[in-house]
Design a protein around this ligand. Sequence first.
Ligand code: NAD
Ligand code: AHE
Ligand code: ZN
Length: 369
Amino acid sequence: MQVKAAVAYQAAQPLTIETVELAGPRTGEVLVEIKATGVCHTDAYTLSGADPEGLFPAILGHEGAGIVVEVGPGVTSVRPGDHVIPLYTPECRQCEYCLSRKTNLCQAIRTTQGRGVMPDGTSRFSVAGEPVFHYMGTSTFAHYTVLPEIAVAKIREDAPFEKVCYIGCGVTTGIGAVINTARVEPGANVVVFGLGGIGLNVVQGARLAGADIIVGVDINPARRELAERFGITHFVNPKEVEGDLVPYLVNLTKGGADYSFECIGNVDVMRQALECCHKGWGVSVIIGVAGAGQEIRTRPFQLVTGRVWKGSAFGGARGRTDVPKIVDWYMEGKINIDDLITHVLPLSEINRAFELMHAGQSIRTVITF
Ligand code: NAD
Ligand code: AHE
Ligand code: ZN
């Protein structure tokens, strides 16, 4: 079928909006009509050329929601008409990783996902007979996309696509990092670096978990007001701090953060996030994605003296199990998504979403089809 899509032909170039060819779902696959998709900083990261797994030409996008329109042979868990959220972290419930119960990182299709193809090694997208790569196994910057059955979460039908698409990445990543990865407890002191589409969800997760002090750190002063509404008790702009940021934050949290979260993708900030943690027990969670060749550094003494460095992908969430529950939380008013969606644009204006993000003017832009 012919499908409207935004194609990334080259790193650091705007996306091209055009009609591409999409082949139907094969065994174990589903065809989904994408109704809405968020634009996450990770899409911008891959488009920039900094992603070692970045491939071109590709159809980016990994924060979508839509409706199943066709299923391939052997598909049993969803059927046409079902409302779904695509999962860049699938949940096969059969691989060693899923069965371990120790991680959400299902590996059933990870290798082919990273190579920009479906599990059988081929792409469903093409332009003029030439294949176009999938991205993160989701490619939600297309009006229709094909996904493995294990990479969709079935959700309730009364949930608005243009809001719950954000649960496909940002909401789940931020709240999940607090609840599943750090397991923040009531009364904890938390520092969140980066108050964008992920960091503000960490803030609302920390508030849900009953954190006491929640410090938000961002170089964009415009982030302060919204972050306060979402639960920060203190705002720190590193550009306005005299001297070192780390001792300043240790002092503010009365000895160091019980938990810190890096939601930027800056390796120097990752070091600060670890080192502002409380001696003996502070846990720092890396969420931000850093470019090819970048490495983190600290004195091993920081770890010897009890600080813990962790990472979190998709908030440690098991997509098919946890995503429908997070949709319920939104529908029950337990979490706020609406105030984080600052812009809604048609696919034809998707490049504007990247401009707004880079200018620090948006939290999340949602594209509707
Ligand atoms: P965003 O652009 O919405 O937010 C980034 C925020 O960081 C902005 O508010 C910006 O002003 C702030 N910032 C930039 N440099 C800073 C500095 N030096 N000090 C303090 N603040 C600074 O991006 P986002 O969509 O929230 O994504 C954040 C990061 O998380 C990205 O690296 C993204 O790739 C990553 N991410 C990871 C996962 C995961 O599963 N691990 C999921 C989604 C996104
Ligand atoms: N391709 C990058 C890795 C990017 C990355 O870490 N992705 C996160 C999700 S970011 C969503 O906005 C993730 O899920 N990682 C686990 C995984 O298996 O990719 C690189 O550096 O190679
Ligand atoms: Zn994302």
